[in-house]
Each structure stands twice: as structure tokens, then as C-alpha cells.
Design a protein around this ligand. Structure first.
Ligand code: NOJ
Length: 768
């Protein structure tokens, strides 16, 4: 369209200037020549920016082989072989090259020796930090603080780009509702809205103000799409997500990051309803390109293209290339089927050269946007890794991500009466494991553990005695427990650091049992029997089933693997220098059998109400009853261990005087909801105020509650603040019975509260 307009203006101008007919014709024909220039790349139809002109210009000079070379991504391997392939124009991107000298060496070959001098795009999984490791994404989500999450991604980008990395495979915004799935650790939890907000924050942080800044790295929204719904929480498993659920639950975070300018998308491993994402035209073309007008680049996951063969979706590598490119994939990660087969497929007419051109435009556009043609090399010898301000930001992220699950008799924070502290447990001094999954470049020598931090920061105030008890989280030997108990007997308070090692979560690390492993249960049990206050600190990659441990502990702090600065942050929280404010980004199950579990489930016909009748309440040989006729488990009861959005503070908050701006609204209206929040306790603290809605009746059944907003509010003791949310009615839209995204008129309930299970509520109506 724009090109047509340009041509029109161009022509007008020509006539207006009273030129000779010969001149006018010359100018118009020059304009006509530019038309294909602007139309060659599908994604750029609307744009005639300098980048598009550069892309088109370069595309015209490329051979088919060179174009296909750009669509090929390889991992670091034999450097000499890589160098030859780069020189031949057979590599568009590399992953896992993190030595800046090597980055420059390979880049110099691409720029100075390959025929067209197209730079290679260097990529890496920089997921929750590069060298300075931040809490795992699930922990970052627990902060409910998008600014802090953006800052963390910025730090990661600054560090990674200083080693020559210009593309990361993050954010991972797979809605994750099954804690058996090891990759829940990498996500922002169970909620579409929270994943969208945090995903956008990460994109902003990685990409900075402008992609062509040397410290900006391109983000990659993954895994597109539905991977988090892998059946039974088993990694790589199939998913069965109907289109409406896909659109209402799994796609919104991706749409949000696409709109926020996320430079790339990655196809997921799963087949949804029989179609692997890497060959799924519906998601890659119909939704991503046509509905969302996305002009970024799409890469496959690692070998997810050739995995369409074991999926039984393609018969061989040639068909892989055909199906993936025709579905809308631009670049293939590591499996080489494109390079091997696309030339043949074009000759045979099975893949059009237009499809190849589109893919290459998307790739080149990214390289131009990153400024790689102007500045292909990284400045070496200027390490910014572990800069003090990076460590400080990482500490702040942990401080806000730790969740206080229990605090009986205000055991925490540790007070002046505490003289001796026993530190026990396998996670107290586990510098590798507290980094969590996907921390390839984090070095344990830089990790600050709780034991080290307590000694360093509070060792002059209290005596710290340490006995590990168990060597690691899966350690089944119980002999160490006796030693831990005898040390604990000498202390005023026991701090037990338990959880799971980094390797127990992440890709390919799903679990069917999410209890504490090894002899950790026995450790907590033994410690709880000695009559000393027991504070349990849990570091993990997922919500574990910790009902017993919560019961036996006086206080429980939950820290998703906290990264480099876990120790100092936890030490300050334990001693009250920092007041915890994190909230659960996922529902904590009581038992693994409740999974998948999430607060925003649809209304059933038989919602639990009244008294729970549990398994031991049922008399022997009882006649068949429907136990109150509700949807629940006889052994686990109605609810979870902790609901979504839950977390305590050292202070207390009171919600009062909820008010709505109107009882009836039109579809283009905005509802303002206010509430008075008071800090009723003794500490200054931060509350995450949450707003949920329920659409009472729809053309399809709707979730019982959906998060639509949250705010972090910090108050001094006794301070009151009126908290205000403006909720556009358009935010109540959903994909309805006609598969249309609409707001359906009718009655709604809105809650403001401290978690997804509690809060003040009021009703309102939306009218046509
Ligand atoms: C496979 C993982 O699924 C993906 O998340 C990651 O980015 C790639 N490998 C590259 O390492």
C-alpha cells in the first residue's frame, strides 16, 4: 500500500513541477520500477523504510544457494569446517559461540571473505542472565514486577552482547500448569496475563531502546505454541489444545510480545492435535503473519524440523524442508535439512522461490535492524560480566521473588534474641544448584550461597553453626541427619535449606513425583522434633508438594532457584532487612495427582461448596453416594496447598472500601476500581494488589476468575493508600462460540485482593 502511495505522490510531484512529458514519463517509470522492490518481501508490504530497501537490494544479488544458506543455523562444532561453510555463504546464524575472539574470527570470514559479506547472527540461550544469573523465570514472575524483570533482561543483554551474542532464545512464555513438566521453571507460570506482561518486559530488556544498539540482543518468543500443555507434564509430549483454548489461553502472551516488537519466534517441539508446530501453517501463517502482521523471523527449535520424521508427520528430510518452509518457517536450527534439500524442492516446484525470498527477507531484515552490517564485530577485552550494578540488580530480583508461605508466631524475621543459628540442608551451600536450569554461562565460583552470605553479613551478630545433613537433594543416606540434628539442638533457631538440584528441572527433566527427594523429608521431620523454631527455605525449579514440610515448619520461605545472588538476598530476608513480597506465579498442589491445577479453570456444573468429605470420613461399606455431588478429590479435597498469587509479608495489609466507577458500562467504556489498602502491621512492606474478573455467563463456559491487573504497593506501618485500577471493558473480550474475539454483554464480578482466592468483590454489567 505504502509503495503505491509513494508512487502516486512521486507522480503528482512530477507533474506539479511542470516538467516536460519526457521527464514526467521517466520519473513515473522509475517509480514503477520501485514497486516490486517494496513488494518482494511479504512481511514488509507496508513499509518502505531504508531497511526494506537494503534487504531488497541485497536479496536481488543473492543466488538461490546463498539464500538457503541464510536459512541455516548451526551450533558450534569444528571451527575449520564452520569457517569454510561461512565463507561459502552456507550459514546464516550460529549458536553457542561465546568466545568473542572466535565470534570476530568467524564474522571476519563472513564479512570479508564470503561473496556478499553478509554477517552471521550469533545466538545463545541467555534465559535468566548470562554470567550474572537472576532467579529462574518462574522466580522472576513471582516478583510481579515487570520493571525489575525488564532490568534483569537488560543486564543479561549487556553481558551477553559484550561477548558477541546478539540473539537470545528467550522469553519462554509457555503457559505452564503442570509442575511435573520440568520446563515450568523457564516460564512465567500458569497465567496468560502474567506471562504476557513478563514476556513483554523481557523483550524490552533484551532489545533495549533500539535493536541496533551494540548492547541490544534480539529476543525470541518461545515455544510457539502450546508446549506447556504437554500431556501428563512429560516433556516433548503431544498436546491437545482446541482452537478456542489456544486463542484464549496459550496465544495471548505471544500476541503481546509480537505487538511489543519481539524480533523472533521459535516453533515448539509438540504436535498439537496431530500437527507439529514446525509444520503448522495455521499458527505460523494464519495467526502469526496474517492476523498479527508479524514481520520478525521464525526459527525452529533444535532439530524440531527433522523431528517431524519420528513424529510420523514427514517421511524424510526432504519432506521436512518442504513442509517447514511451506508452513512459514524462516530458519532451521541445526538439522540441516533446508540446506540439503531446498534447492531441489524449488526446482521441482514444491517450494516456491517466493517462499524462500520471504524467509530470507525476514532474516536479513533482522540483521539490518540489529545493525550487524554496520558493526559486525564485538569489542573484545571490555568485560562487563558480574559488574557490581548487575549483582545488585540480581540481588533485588531475588529479594522480590522469595515467597513467604508461612510464618507462625512471627518466627521471622530473626530477632535480637537469636544468638546461635543452625544452618543445615543440601541447598544451604550449593553454588551450582542455586543457579537453576539454563544457566550455561553462570559460574559457580561467583555464586553467593546462603551459608556464605549469612556468615559474611550476619556472622558478627550471631553464631552460625553448619551441618549439611545431606550432600545433595537426592541423597538418601540418613547418617548425616543425626549430625544435623545434634548441631540444631545447640541453636536458638534452625534454618533448613532444602529443595531440588538444578538438574531436576528444565528441558527433558520432568518428574512424576514432585515431593522433596532423597532423605530431605526425614531431615525436616527430624529437625521438627527437637523443639526449636524451624525455618525451612526451599529452593526449587517448580512448586513441590510440600504440605508435610509446611506443617512441620514454623516458617517457610519459597525461593525458586535464585541464581548468583540468592545468598545475600535470603540472608537479608531472614534478618528482616528486606521484607518478603513475592507471590506464587503458579498454584501449589497438595498432591501430584491434582495436576494440572490452575486457578483460572472453567466453571464446572458441580463446583465444590460446603464441607469437604474426605476419604477417611467415609464409613466402611458406605452405600453409593455422590459425596455432595461436587468436582473434587476424596484425598486432596477441594483446593490447592497455596493458590495462585499467594504470599505473606512480615507486615499485614487490610483491604477496605472497594468502589466501582459504574455499575453499567458500554463496550467502549473503562471501569475504574478503587480500594483502600492499609499497612496494619509493624514493618514497611510491599503488597501485590491483584485484580480478577469473572464473566458470569458466556456463549461458552468461562474461567471462574481471570487476572486482569496487579500493582506493587509499598506502605509504611499505618499508612493507607487508595489503589486504583482502570480496566478497559475491551480487556474482557474472549474467543466465543463463533470463534470471534468479543466482549459479550452481561454480568461480571470483579475482585481486588491479596491472592486469587481472597478479596473484596463487586458486580457490574456490560451492555450493548
Ligand atoms: C531446545 C530448547 O527447547 C530451546 O528452548 C532452546 O532455545 C534450544 N534448544 C537451543 O538451545
Amino acid at each position: 500500500m505504502l509503495s503505491v502511495c509513494l508512487l502516486f505522490l512521486f507522480s503528482l510531484e512530477a507533474f506539479a513541477q511542470n516538467l516536460t512529458v519526457k521527464h514526467k514519463l521517466k520519473i513515473i517509470s522509475a517509480g514503477l520500477c520501485l514497486l516490486p522492490f517494496f513488494w518482494a518481501c511479504d512481511g514488509a508490504k507496508e513499509s518502505a523504510s531504508p531497511v526494506e530497501a537494503q534487504v531488497e537490494n541485497l536479496l536481488k544479488r543473492m543466488t538461490l544457494r546463498e539464500k538457503i544458506g541464510q536459512m541455516n543455523q548451526v551450533s558450534l562444532g569444528n571451527v575449520d569446517e564452520l569457517a569454510v561453510a561461512v565463507e561459502n555463504g552456507e550459514i546464516g546464524s550460529m549458536l553457542n559461540v561465546t568466545d568473542p575472539e572466535l565470534v570476530n574470527r568467524l564474522q571476519r570470514i563472513a564479512v570479508e571473505k564470503s561473496r556478499l559479506g553478509i554477517p552471521v547472527l550469533m545466538s545463545r540461550d541467555v534465559i535468566h542472565g548470562y554470567r550474572t544469573i537472576f532467579p529462574i523465570p518462574l522466580g522472576q514472575a513471582a516478583t510481579f514486577n515487570p520493571q525489575l524483570v525488564e532490568d534483569g533482561a537488560r543486564v543479561a543483554a549487556i553481558e551477553a552482547s559484550s561477548d558477541g551474542i546478539r540473539w537470545t532464545f528467550a522469553p519462554m512464555i509457555d503457559v505452564s500448569r503442570d509442575a511435573r513438566w520440568g520446563r515450568m521453571a523457564e516460564s512465567c507460570g500458569e497465567d496468560p496475563y502474567l506471562n504476557a506482561v513478563m514476556g513483554v518486559a523481557m523483550v524490552k530488556g533484551f532489545q533495549g531502546n533500539s535493536l541496533d544498539n551494540a548492547t541490544s540482543i534480539a529476543a525470541c518468543a518461545k515455544h510457539f505454541v502450546g508446549y506447556g500443555a504437554s500431556e501428563a507434564g512429560k516433556d516433548y509430549n503431544s498436546t491437545f489444545i482446541p482452537e478456542r483454548t489456544l486463542r484464549n489461553v496459550y496465544l495471548p502472551p505471544f500476541e503481546a510480545v509480537a505487538k511489543a516488537g519481539c524480533a523472533t519466534f521459535m516453533t515448539s517441539f509438540n504436535d498439537n492435535d496431530g500437527v507439529p508446530s514446525t509444520g503448522n501453517t495455521f499458527i505460523l501463517k494464519d495467526v502469526l503473519r496474517n492476523e498479527w502482521n508479524y514481520d520478525g523471523m521464525v526459527v525452529t527449535d533444535w532439530a524440531s524440523a527433522t523431528e517431524m520424521i519420528p513424529h510420523g508427520f514427514c517421511k524424510d528430510r526432504k519432506e521436512v524442508a518442504e513442509k517447514a518452509v511451506n508452513a512459514g518457517v524462516d530458519m532451521e536450527m541445526v538439522s540441516g535439512a533446508f540446506l540439503e534439500n531446498l534447492e531441489k524442492l524449488v526446482k521441482e516446484g514444491k517450494v516456491s522461490e517466493k517462499s524462500i525470498d520471504n524467509a530470507v527477507c525476514n532474516i536479513l531484515r533482522l540483521k539490518y535492524r540489529l545493525g550487524l552490517f554496520d558493526a559486525p564485530y564485538v569489542t573484545t577485552g571490555q568485560s562487563v560480566n558480574y559488574a557490581p550494578e548487575h549483582l545488585a540488580k540480581a540481588k533485588e530480583a531475588v529479594e522480590q521473588s522469595v515467597i513467604l508461605l508461612k510464618n507462625d508466631k512471627n518466627v521471622l524475621p530473626l530477632g535480637g534474641n537469636v544468638r546461635t543459628i543452625a544452618v543445615v540442608g543440601p541447598m544451604a551451600d550449593a553454588p551450582h544448584d542455586q543457579l537453576g536450569t539454563w544457566a550455561f554461562d553462570g559460574e559457580k565460583s561467583h555464586t553467593q550461597t546462603p551459608l556464605a552470605a549469612l556468615r559474611e553479613m550476619y556472622g558478627d551478630k550471631v553464631q552460625i553453626v553448619y551441618e549439611q545433613g545431606l550432600a545433595y537433594s537426592r541423597d538418601k543416606r540418613t547418617d548425616g541427619i543425626y549430625k544435623a540434628v545434634s548441631v540444631a539442638r545447640k541453636a536458638d533457631v534452625v534454618l533448613a535449606f532444602v529443595g531440588e538440584e538444578a538438574i531436576l528441572s528444565g528441558e527433558a527433566h520432568s518428574l512424576a513425583d514432585i515431593n522433596l527427594r532423597g532423605a530431605q523429608k526425614q531431615l525436616i521431620d527430624a529437625l521438627s522434633n527437637i523443639g526449636k523454631p524451624l525455618v525451612t527455605v526451599i529452593m526449587a525449579g517448580r512448586p513441590l508438594t510440600i504440605g508435610d514440610e509446611v506443617e512441620k515448619s514454623d516458617a517457610v520461605l519459597y525461593s525458586f532457584h535464585p541464581g548468583t545472588m540468592g545468598g545475600p538476598a535470603l540472608a537479608d530476608i531472614l534478618f528482616g532487612k528486606v521484607v518478603p513480597s513475592g507471590k506464587t506465579p503458579v498454584t501449589f498442589p497438595k498432591m501430584v495427582g491434582q495436576l494440572p491445577i490452575y486457578y483460572a479453570h472453567n466453571h464446572t456444573g458441580r463446583a465444590p461448596s460446603g464441607k469437604e468429605t474426605l476419604i477417611d470420613d467415609i464409613p466402611q461399606e458406605a452405600g453409593q453416594t455422590s459425596l455432595g455431588c461436587t468436582s473434587f478429590y476424596m484425598d486432596a479435597g477441594f483446593g490447592p496447598l497455596f493458590p495462585f498469587g499467594y504470599g505473606l509479608s512480615y507486615t499485614t495489609f487490610n483491604y477496605d472500601k472497594m468502589a466501582l466507577s459504574a455499575g453499567k458500562l458500554k463496550k467502549d467504556g473503562t471501569l475504574t476500581v478503587t480500594v483502600d489498602l492499609t499497612n496494619t502491621g509493624k514493618y514497611a512492606g510491599t503488597e501485590i494488589v491483584q485484580l480478577y474478573v469473572r464473566d458470569k455467563v458466556g456463549t461458552v463456559t468461562r474461567p471462574v476468575k481471570e487476572l486482569k491487573g496487579f500493582q506493587r504497593i509499598t506502605l509504611q506501618p499505618g499508612e493507607v493508600k487508595s489503589v486504583r485500577f482502570d480496566l478497559p471493558v475491551s480487556d474482557l473480550s474472549f474467543w466465543n462460540i463463533d470463534m470471534k474475539k468479543v466482549v459479550e454483554p452481561g454480568e461480571f464480578t470483579v475482585w481486588i485482593g491479596t491472592n486469587s482466592d481472597e478479596g473484596l468483590s463487586a458486580d457490574f454489567e456490560v451492555v450493548d
